[in-house]
Design a protein. Structure first.
Length: 224
């Protein structure tokens, strides 16, 4: 069983002018593809792990042999996070927070504007490479949170379920924005796929493992 690079759900230039086509080519075809290839290479000698989803591997690192644990951590994380990231965007944006999602945003942050400001500030402040997230705790009544992770860590590793994310590794923005990470994060609100954020919020339920395995099937199509 082999992990696969998911196709982009839109053309490389579809997110212009907010994210340029050259960045999308390099980001998807080079960086994400490399994570998938290196994950498959790490798993090749370990037949007992080749049927596991990338999300399972990332959330069960203590069950991964020592000799490949670092490689699986980095590359499964890169694969999972980027697969979520492509789906979190849409040309021209899609939808808007409504209903229970809008209510949860208001309860947790006071307004959508406050959420955006907190998200941009958190992502701008990440030291080095990482991700910024809108996530939910494991309880049904848990508030929404803005949090950050370093490298290719994921909120699932901290008992959170991701709803929205943005990549603050330099390869995600440097060709267009150079060192202006805050400008990139602010501009990216114009391409947020709120329909996907809503879908993820409304599907929240069940055990943490069930949520992740469901998401693996929906977003990754990661094995064949």
């Amino acid at each position: 069983m082999t992990h696969l690079l998911p196709a982009l759900p839109y053309d490389y230039s579809a997110l212009e002018p907010h994210i340029d086509a050259r960045t999308m080519h390099l980001h998807h075809d080079k960086h994400h593809a490399a994570y998938v290839a290196k994950l498959n290479a790490a798993l090749a000698p370990h037949t007992e792990l080749r049927g596991r989803t990338a999300s399972w591997l990332l959330l069960n690192l203590t069950k991964i042999p020592d000799d490949i644990r670092a490689a699986v951590h980095h590359n499964a994380g890169g694969h999972v996070n980027h697969s979520l990231f492509w789906q979190a965007m849409a040309p021209g944006g899609r939808g808007a927070p409504t209903g229970s999602l809008a209510a949860a945003i208001d309860r947790s942050f006071g307004s959508l504007g406050n959420l955006k400001a907190k998200f941009v500030a958190a992502g701008t402040a990440v030291f080095g490479s990482g991700w910024v997230w809108l996530a939910k705790g494991t309880r049904d009544d848990a508030p929404l949170e803005v949090l950050t992770t370093s490298g290719h860590d994921n909120p699932g590793m901290k008992g959170r379920f991701p709803l929205l994310l943005n990549d603050v590794w330099e390869h995600a923005y440097y060709l267009k924005y150079e060192d202006r990470r805050a400008d990139y994060l602010q501009s990216s609100w114009s391409v947020v796929n709120w329909e996907e954020v809503t879908r993820r919020f409304e599907r929240f339920g069940g055990t943490a493992e069930e949520r992740w395995e469901n998401e693996g099937g929906h977003l990754l199509s990661s094995t064949t």
